[in-house]
Design a protein around this ligand. Sequence first.
Ligand code: PMP
Length: 364
Amino acid sequence: HLVRSVYPKLMPYTSGLADYTVEEIKIVLNKEKVYKLSFNENPLGPSPKAVEEMNIAIQSLNLYPNSPGIKLKEKIAQKEGLSSENIVLANGADDMILLIAQTFLEPTDEVIIPEVTFIQFLASTHLMGANPIMSPMKDDLGIDLDAILTRINKKTKLIFLCNPNNPTGKVIPRKELDAFIDNVPSHVLVVIDEAYHEYGDVGEYETSVPFVKQNKQVLIVRTFSKIYSLAAARIGYGIGSVELIEAINHVRPPFNVNSIAQVGALASMNDLAYIQHAKTVNEEGKQYFYDVFSELGLRYIKSNGNFVFVDTGIKNKEAFHYLASEHGVIVRDLSGYGLETSLRVSIGNQEANEAFVLAIKQLM
Ligand code: PMP
């Protein structure tokens, strides 16, 4: 009871790969080339303007960073039509999710989480000793908001949603989300993870920022790890009402986001051409995968992220092992969600995408 370990419960979901570099995986698999398409990383790397600013910031490593990250918060606020008091920075979106759990959860609380979504919602809930209530998906693996509503009671404190959802890439239709937010009682806080916000398809995906403007009990989580390609810098943020953000600031460690990440994120946001390019490259990669999956007759889900969910019809253990050992292609095995024949594949660079396509064609 001294240590609140969540990992035994999560074991089926983790591939353990986060502990190894690509170089180490090459040695384990005895491969000259390894293509890691399991972490939804942006293969382009950060904007050159961000790298330039980060190189300058390295000169001042002796100084503590600006605690709230005021310049970056102002930039985000301006972009979203909010005030910097509506923004809080964190050491990655994972850390933002944990900060939210640390700020709002007590061990007696219940937290409603869709069965097939980002695993850190469950990890942070367990860590605070609160009770996760898993809510079933729709038949098409969409998030079932009605099922979530029926699970709300007096003990419910948080609801975690992910839009676009990881690992399916599906969006929650706006009309459904509007009706849902109207029906959630005021003692419940709805957290909406928008890690893939910038990849969302126009006309399909919409941000939940308007709920914050309407003063609803909604907190949004975003990251610079995906389209901005700053995963190693560890920087993400939350958007919410001034009251909610103030509560999180009481829990947030003062220097939780380093100065290199802060300047890199700011420069990335200013490089609009880079973001557009990253989005275009990602869309081309997705289309390439869709065409191949259609050709092979595989069921896949159109994605609003930088990854695609595909059902190979072959047991994951066999498919994952074949792709890795024969082709050096590492994908995300979704067996931990009870999806025994489904994989999530990140969009990589051209070489990695081609390696995956060759591998999946030979597997079928
Ligand atoms: N939320 C979702 C939905 C994600 O997919 C990820 C990254 N896998 C994160 C949060 C964590 O992002 P970060 O690198 O900023 O911690």
